[in-house]
Design a protein. Structure first.
Length: 474
């Protein structure tokens, strides 16, 4: 393991700081940490006057907008209706209950979830404490809304994952949940529990990691999936000298996000973790340390048993926690990211052992970023890859097969028409302002006269029947 770490460090080279010196870098990291706290919602607002202004951006930023608004994007709904991964009928008399439920849940707050470390000595005691706190919370109501009890995620092994009855922002603000919030904060800092969304728990479970595996997380930050892998691999520390210990290499191209990754995994306190900062598509090849012949070791590359490829994406699957995506959504972002996602996944396959497993995952629902990438990987592999049904590793997880075909739609024309409509509205408003100014300067006798600028045909008065019969001029 020591020689492998030395090899990785030598291949990575020295990391250059973005600042001019260490003090600049330290100051930059501190500013980034403060901004990150505010994004999470636990930082104090800089301007106290702005706190009292309930504009839409602040409401969405706090997570309260779901109760006061009904986010909608016609292009988003039309796009996913057309793709057909949820059956939708054009017949008004038909039952579209699946689609209606899908849209309804996208407009609800995302429940907070967390995992209890299964190797913690007092894990059962934590479960009992959680049950008591959740029962206390259900007896209270806040603004007429009853807080649901904590629900165990049955599809997660060992019964170590739970879903709360409310979102993460409400836990901090509602008085009836203060005890639960303090309990979660205390055990999160101690490393006994890990806050992680339910959907984020799926890829590491589908990877079927064993303690002796060498794992690579290509886009690891902020580190919730990496910590899930590390909890499994860390069990190999109990192995004897005749058994191989596992290893997790966590990589991310952003240095600032890598700091969050280190902070997330530091609670596990495992020596089997290596954090690197490199572009995933250019992750370097590592030399193998196995064998006795020096020349043979230099000629062979080190490969991983498991590769997790959670690539950058448009993120339209995170609508429940990022409501701003509703207004900004378009198809161009998915098309733009497709080449980057493909080349990162191809590099992950080059670092994978024969008979190894790679999980490709995104936070997007678009087939351009999901099925299209997987289909191209299979097509370009020449038969060396096999598509594995991950439901065998998650027997209690409800899932359906992916799309075998999809429609390539471009909303450029719709966006262009929308932009023209906005420009037309601006011209009409400017023209109306000029008319009012002209009338104010020339008095009431000039009301019938036209201003020097051409008048909008849509706003011209329709001529009387007598005038239209005697003249063909408009």
């Amino acid at each position: 393991l020591d020689s492998l770490i030395h090899t990785i460090r030598s291949n990575m080279g020295k990391r250059h700081l973005k600042g001019a010196n260490k003090s600049d870098e330290k100051r930059r990291r501190k500013e980034f940490a403060e901004n990150w706290k505010k994004v999470r919602g636990d930082g104090k607002p800089i301007d106290q006057d702005q706190q009292s202004i309930p504009n839409t951006e602040q409401i969405h930023h706090r997570g309260d907008g779901w109760n006061n608004s009904n986010p909608q994007n016609d292009r988003f709904e039309a796009f996913y209706k057309c793709q057909g991964f949820i059956a939708v009928s054009d017949d008004p008399n038909s039952d579209n209950s699946d689609w209606d439920k899908f849209i309804q849940f996208l407009r609800l707050p995302l429940p907070a979830c967390f995992r209890i470390c299964p190797d913690f000595a007092f894990a059962q005691s934590l479960r009992d404490q959680l049950l008591n706190l959740s029962l206390q919370a259900t007896e209270l109501q806040e603004k007429g809304r009853e807080i649901d009890a904590v629900e165990k995620l049955k599809w997660v092994p060992n019964g170590s994952a739970y879903k709360l009855g409310t979102d993460r922002r409400s836990i901090r603000k509602l008085e009836c949940l203060q005890n639960l919030h303090k309990w979660m904060k205390q055990h999160t800092d101690n490393g006994n529990i890990t806050r992680q969304e339910a959907v984020s728990m799926v890829p590491p479970l589908a990877l079927d990691v064993q303690p002796h595996h060498f794992c690579l997380d290509m886009c690891a930050a902020p580190g919730s999936k990496t910590s899930q892998l590390l909890e499994i691999v860390n069990r190999s520390l109990q192995y004897g000298d005749d058994q191989r210990q596992g290893l997790v290499v966590a990589n991310d191209s952003d240095t600032d996000r890598a700091y969050m990754l280190v902070h997330q995994c530091r609670r596990i306190n495992s020596p089997l973790l290596i954090v690197t900062t490199h572009k995933g598509q250019l992750f370097p090849s590592l030399l193998s340390t196995e064998g006795t012949d020096q020349q043979a070791r230099s000629a062979s590359h080190f490969l991983f048993d498991r590769v997790l490829c959670d690539v950058p994406c448009s993120g339209d699957g995170t609508l429940r926690k990022n409501p701003a995506i509703w207004s900004k959504w378009n198809t161009s972002s998915s098309m733009t990211l497709h080449p980057l996602q493909l080349i990162i996944a191809q590099r992950g396959l080059q670092l994978l052992k024969e008979d190894g497993l790679m999980v490709y995952s995104t936070c997007s629902m678009s087939p351009y970023e999901d099925e299209a990438v997987v289909a191209e990987l299979l097509r370009s592999s020449g038969g060396s890859l096999e598509l594995v049904d991950a439901r065998q590793f998650l027997p209690l997880f409800t899932a359906r097969s992916g799309l075998a075909s999809w429609h390539v739609l471009d909303d450029f024309l719709a966006a262009r028409q929308q932009q023209k409509a906005k420009e037309r509205q601006k011209r009409d408003a400017k023209m109306q302002q000029k008319r009012q100014q002209y009338a104010a300067e020339h008095g009431a006798e000039s009301d019938a006269e036209e201003p020097s600028e051409p008048q909008d045909p849509a706003e011209k008065e329709e001529p009387s029947p007598q005038a239209s019969s005697s003249s063909s001029e408009p």
